[in-house]
Design a protein around this ligand. Sequence first.
Ligand SMILES: Cc1ncc(COP(=O)(O)O)c(C=O)c1O
Length: 401
Amino acid sequence: MTGPEPHAPTGTHTVSLHGFPFPLGTETRTLTWQPRALRPGVLNLKSCELQHPWSEELVGRELAALSLAETLAYPVQDHALAQLAAYHGLDRTHILLTAGSDYGIGLVVDALVRPVGRLLLQEPAFEAWRHYAQLRRVHVTGVPGTTGTPPAADPAPLLDLLRSTPRPAVAAVTNPGSPSGLRYPPSAMRQLARTAREHGHLLVIDECYGDFVHTSHAPLVTEFSNVVVVHSYSKTFALAGLRIAALLAHPVLREHLGRFRPENAVGAPAVALLTRLVPQGDRWREIWRDVRAIRQGFVDHVLAAHPDWRVLEPGANFATFWSPDPDTADAARDHLAAHRIRVRSLSDVPGLRGCFRVSLADRPQMRRVARLLDDVTDRATPPTAVPLPAREGPPPDARPS
Ligand SMILES: Cc1ncc(COP(=O)(O)O)c(C=O)c1O
């Protein structure tokens, strides 16, 4: 690479393509790009795809039933939108499909944040928010969404920021949180929506894991015209590989977002499969209930072996553990990695020091992971100054079985 060329447009740096100089935008220079890699023989409990035998059976059956016609032609979304309107309890004029919510977040940043230039971000949040904001040269103000040790959900910093930021801005919040697994109650979400509206801001809610824990923000979209919901079907409908999600928004916002033509990135098999899976709500609810039962058994086993650890509730198809020893998170990750299991240590995530996240697979696998975690020891258990919160949910009744 060479230095800036005399005639390079501002905000660019000139690269040499085998001697051919060309200016590229500087916004990518500090961003990383790491395509996913195949890791044969490794159990991935890091990226939270739904791994459950019943969802595999359900999706596999519907996938096998897809006709060639449903995959060869450009997709028509009418039928899917009708199903989704019933599912989310919204008119279809509120629903826009995107190729995954990662893409949807990029679209929100392009279409809604870039013109106002300011993103208020409750953190920790999905990495895509800051990534796309930097690509679009948008200023980000981050505020913590958790407080204390063990971490607890805290909407106050975002509320304060909404009140103190000159209008208009776009605020983003994830509920239930990821990677924390903590959840704001409906009253807090309504307060965020109301406060954003009073101060002239849009509020975007990423509810990627909502269905696992009975949490939907779709009703807020009709109540508050300034609310946009990002709803992924990757995790709850086990469609991560198909890349499909929806933005739920006021029809005027939806029309504006639609002019960026996100449907051109959504493939026909994804639309067809989603259309077949959405109406099977009863089966999905059974699956999500069983995911919660697997989580409960796993958590009970881990906490029985580590009485000083805590789990952040309600979680989703993952469990985020906190240990009073901040080094335990990396130790747990490394111990499981030695057994070819990938989980995420959160020791470098502000607000989640001492935490690590384990996404869930089937019972036998989680039983094995729980047993491996038995061997992880805290270096020393420092005295905990803060009283430990009561755990949510029914009393422990079973180990993973
Ligand atoms: C909170 C959150 N939002 C959005 C996404 C992106 O999901 P997808 O692009 O698969 O819809 C993820 C994926 O891990 C996530 O954890």
